[in-house]
Design a protein. Structure first.
Length: 190
């Protein structure tokens, strides 16, 4: 079993990274392979709605790092989308991921359906619920099973690097989310 964590934060070593690291430790302890895709290190342009992927399933005419990202999305059992809140919304890289992967997948007879998915959001002060909803809508429209945390919404607070570690409830929530993903992955894929 494998889960990819798609990190939409432009800040290396920031709060989004810390939350995903916490989750990865739990996956590792439970023998679930995890790979983090750092969108900040890749070129992923926004979708231009040309519909090329509808005539050429799984392909996109835009020349960037989309093909390996898309292939990894198809090959795993679970996807985590993680983003800080920027101006009350998901970051442009995570939005580009959702648009490009989502649109290409819709032209391929729903290859992401029945995978598991989770959203992780970091906020300084506000916008976290709307941003989490953006991530959840991506999963819902593609038939991806949304994994919740039994503790609270899968959000945490922190602005400066490392501050999210001081959000005890947020850290516990991410741990519980990872445990739920492990449980559901084993139920569905073992």
């Amino acid at each position: 079993m494998k889960i990819i964590a798609v990190n939409g934060s432009p800040r290396k070593g920031g709060n989004t990274d810390l939350l995903l690291d916490e989750m990865s430790r739990i996956f590792e302890r439970n023998q679930i392979e995890t790979e983090t895709i750092f969108l900040r290190d890749l070129e992923l342009k926004p979708c231009d709605a040309c519909r090329y992927c509808r005539q050429h399933p799984g392909k996109c005419h835009i020349k960037d790092d989309f093909p390996p990202i898309f292939e990894k999305s198809l090959a795993v059992e679970g996807i985590i989308l993680a983003t800080p809140v920027y101006f009350g919304s998901a970051t442009p890289p995570i939005k580009a991921f959702m648009d490009r992967v989502g649109y290409a997948a819709k032209g391929m007879r729903r290859p992401l359906e029945r995978k598991i998915g989770a959203g992780v959001v970091v906020a300084r002060r506000a916008g976290q619920n709307f941003t989490l909803a953006q991530l959840y809508f991506f999963f819902a429209v593609l038939g991806i099973i949304i994994v919740p945390s039994p503790h609270y919404w899968t959000i945490a607070f922190g602005r400066e690097k490392g501050k999210v570690a001081e959000d005890e409830e947020g850290m516990v929530t991410m741990g519980k989310l990872a445990e739920n993903m492990v449980w559901l992955a084993k139920k569905l894929y073992s």
